[in-house]
Design a protein around this ligand. Structure first.
Ligand code: HAM
Length: 422
């Protein structure tokens, strides 16, 4: 029996699993701070949902979907992203939901590809969407929410890239200009684009290949060809971002890899992530998506952050500890009276909300110290014969071995004032 998880997936075990848990907790906290409501959609959907929304020419649809037939012959796909599922779920229940509908989700996504540092087949996203709001303020609110998330985690090495890719009024004209330009540079494009760029010329702008990038650098810029309403929208997004104190670099080639975007697109790039996998997350506006899915015209804007592996990796590279201690204290009872006193102490500590644990049976001091260490506790509380007789506890801070003697009745309060359960 193979004990390793399938290629491109990861087992999360302590202490790495605790770092991941912190990233989830911060996502829930920050999203709710901004008024986004928690949602969950199924892990798999009808394949058609992603084929229609992401676009037939996108890498996600062409190369990366986990598609299978179930026993009833239905064609299903493990969700590669959350926007289309959330919009679908919204459309199905829209009469019962507030407008705009502000939703967030945290969960696993699946994309087939060659696994490498920062790219996996199963990964986790924090996804935020505002559905039903056309205002530039909605774009800026979701960006501010992502920015707050990074600040909450203490991730500094990142910058925000911003663009507008227009809408159905101005994009067709730009598309023709871009096709003319690409035809003149066809020979310099990578194979894949050389034959297919007419299907979706914007895709070339998103290509990471150095040859395509060189061609893209000289291409006409969509920002010079926006229609008046798109220009006004984009100007207002930039003005409001400034007001929020959020800096953004204007990147005219930022078109993103999914077809549903209109107007604003943005991406957070991690400064220390590997080349080609540098995106911590991104998003944009998708004012046409609801109609693609058969619903009424409904504007929307949102983002997804790759909290695992990308954000986790970026934090590691910066030396930011995402985990913290798993336990406030490990109670060590030595000798008959120490053990007797340990049980009620653990009960009391847990009852006041401190994370406490202890050995289940009789173990020597050294073995119990090792357990405290392995449990990733902040403090070891030692109750020997001497402490049991005096009604005290020896509190040992495991990071540096510093010890204090505290009356048993005061231990919970002492721990609370010394940074436990922060
Ligand atoms: P996306 O750019 O396809 O956008 O994915 C968002 C983030 O998910 C990426 O920036 C990256 O951090 C992470 N990610 C994607 N694929 C992988 C992978 N194979 N391995 C590791 N991390 C990965 C979306 O998914 C859109 N739904 C975002 C959005 C929300 N737009 C509007 N609302």
């Amino acid at each position: 029996m193979e004990l390793q998880p399938p290629r491109g997936t990861t087992d999360f075990l302590p202490p790495g699993s605790e770092s991941l848990l912190r990233l989830y907790e911060a996502a829930h906290r920050v999203a709710r701070l901004f008024g986004f409501r928690y949602v969950e959609t199924p892990g798999f959907e009808a394949t058609e949902l992603f084929a229609r929304s992401s676009g037939e020419s996108s890498d996600v649809v062409r190369k990366e979907m986990y598609t299978f037939k179930d026993r009833g012959g239905r064609l299903l796909t493990l969700r590669p992203e959350a926007t289309a599922p959330i919009v679908r779920a919204y459309l199905a229940k829209r009469h019962e939901l507030p407008s705009p509908f502000k939703a967030y989700m945290v969960g696993a996504m699946w994309r087939y590809g060659r696994p490498q540092t920062g790219r996996t087949r199963e990964f986790r996203q924090f996804d935020v969407e505002t559905i039903g709001a056309p205002e530039p303020a909605a774009d800026v609110e979701v960006i501010a929410c992502g920015d707050r998330y990074f600040r909450e985690l203490g991730l500094r090495g990142r910058h925000l890239e911003l663009n507008s890719i227009g809408d159905e009024t101005c994009r067709p004209g730009y598309r023709r200009l871009l096709i003319d330009y690409l035809e003149a540079h066809q020979g310099s494009l990578r194979d894949e684009h050389r034959d297919r760029f007419r299907e979706n010329p914007l895709r070339v702008l998103d290509c990471k290949d150095p040859a395509c990038r060189a061609v893209a650098a000289g291409a006409p810029k969509i920002s010079d060809h926006l229609c008046e309403p798109c220009r006004e929208h984009f100007d207002e997004v930039q003005r409001l971002l400034k007001e929020e104190g959020i800096e953004a670099d204007l990147v005219p080639t930022l078109v993103r890899g999914l077809d549903y975007y209109t107007r604003t697109t943005f991406e957070w790039v991690g400064d220390r992530l590997p080349e080609g996998q540098g995106s911590l997350g991104g998003g944009g506006r998708y004012d046409g998506l609801a109609e693609i899915l058969g619903g009424p015209p409904t504007p929307g804007v949102g983002f997804a952050l790759g909290i695992e592996p990308r954000v986790l990796l970026a934090l590691e590279k910066e030396g930011v500890r995402a985990g913290g201690e798993a336990l406030d204290c490990f109670v060590i009872g030595i000798g008959e009276h120490g053990r007797e006193a340990a049980r009620p102490l653990v009960r009391e500590l847990r009852s006041v909300g401190l994370r406490a644990d202890a050995a289940l049976g009789d173990r020597p001091l050294g073995a119990q110290m090792k357990m405290a260490d392995r449990a990733n506790a902040r403090f070891a509380l030692i109750l020997g014969e001497r402490e049991a007789a005096a009604g005290t506890v020896t509190v040992r801070r495991l990071a540096d071995g510093h010890q204090d003697v505290v009356p048993q009745t005061d231990v919970a309060a002492w721990l609370a004032t010394h940074g436990a359960s922060e």
